[in-house]
Design a protein around this ligand. Sequence first.
Ligand SMILES: [Zn+2]
Length: 92
Amino acid sequence: MASEQPFWPVDCGEGEPDLMVCMSCLNEVFRRKVPMPDCPSCHRVSTYEAFTLESIRDWGTEELIAKAEQAHVSVEAPPVQADEIPEPTPPA
Ligand SMILES: [Zn+2]
């Protein structure tokens, strides 16, 4: 896919909810950023509210939870190039 979705960065404090959920469709979630100019799912200029992964797990659809988990992981652990993954050192 060549088209890149532009995003507004969102400042979230440490320990603050930082998963931004589209309040129009409740089907898109982004971590510490919101898509512009509109939501890629419902194409509405929506409000986004910040939630924690735990709270999304409480009320989200399976799809939303999966996206939230993905967004959460992708920021925590940036993708590593396959050839840059260090060999695990076996214990001596
Ligand atoms: Zn939406």
